[in-house]
Design a protein around this ligand. Structure first.
Ligand SMILES: NC(=O)c1ccc[n+]([C@@H]2O[C@H](COP(=O)([O-])OP(=O)(O)OC[C@H]3O[C@@H](n4cnc5c(N)ncnc54)[C@H](O)[C@@H]3O)[C@@H](O)[C@H]2O)c1
Length: 255
């Protein structure tokens, strides 16, 4: 019970890494709020966790919409009176190709640029903005931002996505510096290729699979492997760690 009685909001918890983290955090004793814009997936993760005898609550949220974020934070405060952990995980990438075209800079339409930035970067800003004052009052909080390897190294052909994820890395550092005095820790995970619906189509392509497995561990990661990193950063086991940019990537960043 590494998160006993903690209240944790996880964005994008209807799928992939967020879902794995929601299940793990709940099993470790947290009350988990699933902030997800896909109603069917969010509800199904809520049911799964509650059926296992743990506690979770789905709240339909678009992280890029400030009104949604305000409503989410109000609901959590009404119900639980505190917010200990935020995992800013929601993001869009390759799986949203029909809507957002991942492309190099001159081929990126401004609309795609704006949409990707508004979810992957502004979403982190918005939820953090509304939770930080609560954590300040508590003199306690742990925020984990899910960036990407794209945020720390140049990956060809994903320019808007990489700019957003690089922004998340920089934002993590400055939040850690600004809010450490309130005993609020802010850390960042940079996953390599993780086997989730986001990259399911891409993994069908042999060239991509080859690129994604050319790391020291010679494989793609599992969502649970990100969830365990998030669990450590969420828990008091990491109480002296803040501002950390942690690749969880099979060793790509070490090459
Ligand atoms: N899968 C990878 O290889 C990989 C690698 C590096 C980083 N990431 C990052 O990890 C995070 C989780 O992605 P995943 O791999 O689990 O993908 P996923 O597509 O399985 O899950 C992403 C979830 O975020 C939700 N979401 C998207 N936009 C939202 C919004 N505006 N409001 C609320 N929810 C929203 C989706 O509905 C989905 O449930 C993302 O930030 C992604 O950029 C993924």
């Amino acid at each position: 019970m590494r998160l006993k009685d903690k209240v944790a909001i996880i964005t994008g918890a209807g799928s992939g890494q967020g879902k794995a983290a929601a299940k793990l955090f709940a099993a470790e004793g947290a009350k988990v709020i699933i902030a997800e814009w896909n109603e069917q997936n969010g509800k199904s993760v809520e049911d799964e966790i509650n059926l296992e005898g743990h506690e979770s609550l789905f709240f339909q949220t678009d992280v890029s919409n400030e009104d949604n974020i305000v409503a989410l934070v109000e609901e959590v405060m009404d119900r639980y009176g505190r917010i200990d952990i935020v995992f800013n995980n929601a993001g869009v990438g390759f799986s949203s190709r029909s809507k957002y075209k991942m492309a190099s800079l001159i081929e990126t339409p401004q609309r795609d640029w704006n949409d990707i930035l508004s979810i992957n970067l502004n979403g982190v800003y918005l939820l953090s903005k509304h939770v930080l004052p609560i954590m300040q009052k508590q003199n306690y909080g742990s925020i984990i931002n899910n960036s990407s390897l794209n945020g720390i190294v140049g990956v060809p052909g994903a320019d808007a996505y990489s700019a957003a994820k690089g922004g998340v890395v920089a934002l993590t550092r400055v939040m850690a510096v600004d809010y450490g005095k309130y005993n609020i820790r802010v850390n960042c995970i940079c996953p390599g290729a993780i086997d989730t619906p986001m990259i399911a189509d891409v993994l069908k392509n042999e060239a991509f699979t080859k690129a994604f497995t050319s790391n020291p561990l010679r494989r793609v990661g599992k969502p649970e492997e990100i969830a365990y990193a998030a669990l450590f950063l969420a828990s008091d086991e990491s109480s002296y760690i803040t501002g950390l940019i942690m690749p969880v990537d099979g060793g790509i960043a070490a090459q």
